[in-house]
Design a protein around this ligand. Sequence first.
Ligand SMILES: [Zn+2]
Ligand SMILES: [Zn+2]
Length: 469
Amino acid sequence: MLEFSIAIPESLENQLRTKLLANKENEDGVFAFWRPAKGKRRKTGLIVDWLAPHVNEVLHHGNITLTTEYYTRAREKALQLKAGLVLVHTHPLGSGWQLPSSFDKKVEGVKIGPEIEDLTGQPMIGMILSGDGTWSARFYSTNLKGKTTLNECVSVRIVGKYLKLHFNPSLKPQPDQLPQQVRTRNVWGDARQADISRLRIGVIGYGSVGSLVCEQLVRVGVTELIVMDFDRVEIHNLDRLLGSNLRDAKKHNKKLSIAKRNLPKAATSDHFRLILEEGSIVEPESFYSALDADVLFSCVDRNWPRQVLNHIAYTCLIPVVDGGVSIFVRKNGEVQHAVVRAQTVGPERACLSCLGMYDAGKIQLERDGILIDPEYIRNLGTDERYKLEQESQNIMPFSVLLSGIEMGQFIELVTGIASTGDIGRQQYDYLTGEMSPDRETCHPDCEYVRRIGDGSINLPVLGKDPAID
Ligand SMILES: [Zn+2]
Ligand SMILES: [Zn+2]
């Protein structure tokens, strides 16, 4: 069954909350705008903008009336933005996830819903902000016969320096406190543990780093995990791939079969659910599966998948924790550099492109399958071939280190126990022993910042992955 959710950039949520809860005595309301991000199992309404009412466009009389003038302006703006319409209002005396009153449902679902869907091509969304700052939301879809169905959302996700989820308690109830998680829970408290347990995490790539990230996620208590990979185990993976053995390499078992064998046994959640997605993030089928996640881990080693994940982080408001190991050994055996880097990208954070974390010049070569073409590799000069080989150098301790730093990034994103949310990019230099965080921002003309909340449309970044045999 399709699941519904809402995602809002942190700064926009802050504006809305500040405006709407300025006077807690009175109910208040505004129009906002949304675009769709549709995954395989979840449809998300991405809130992209709102329209501040002029004086007297919202009439307060215990309840509120939004005037025809305001509604007309909102409809025009929705068309301009090529977006759907959201009616946001407050329940100032309420706390926790609010359900719409029968009056709310009549206004949103019957009075304006069908008209708005007809005009914008998107269902009407109703959102309620309670006095304690909790959001709730629902989609009102109208069929061709004019009958409206209300789909209550499972969550509202606020995405920025932090990732804060407000859960619908009927669809995602608080999980039980489990004895096997007591040490973990004691670090950040029961409420944050309940939040982490209810996240759906996607790990893209089940290699050395991906397998270690998954192990930590399921032990920390994540209940729903999407693992994506298309590769098979080779003999040269055995020194780094958690849970793999000689038999896997001899039989060329899929890396996903190791995930399937090990992760359910390692999971501390009582209702652990593993979703295996065999494929590549750059292909539509798997791309849409990734859009079901609340957070993604980029455990890929090529530039093209990184570009796609960067795209998802901004256009679909799903934070991506990314990292990499870079080791270069000179021909005389000296280690020239050995660096481990991790960063989290998404709205209000610097993107992978601006951070220089992928080489855009190599993407076309990867799309064309050139870099894995034996003919191309044979024809490289000795130095070029040596450089290419060095790109896949790694040792398990560096993967363990990287997966730990990435998990630290994730923990801070979702718990905020260091009160910063965004730790910045962390870089560990093995040769000097230094760990240096840096806080970059995107270039002023960064295309990803411009495309925040664009949704799952217009996807030239996808294609056929030649790395899949
Ligand atoms: Zn209401
Ligand atoms: Zn950028």
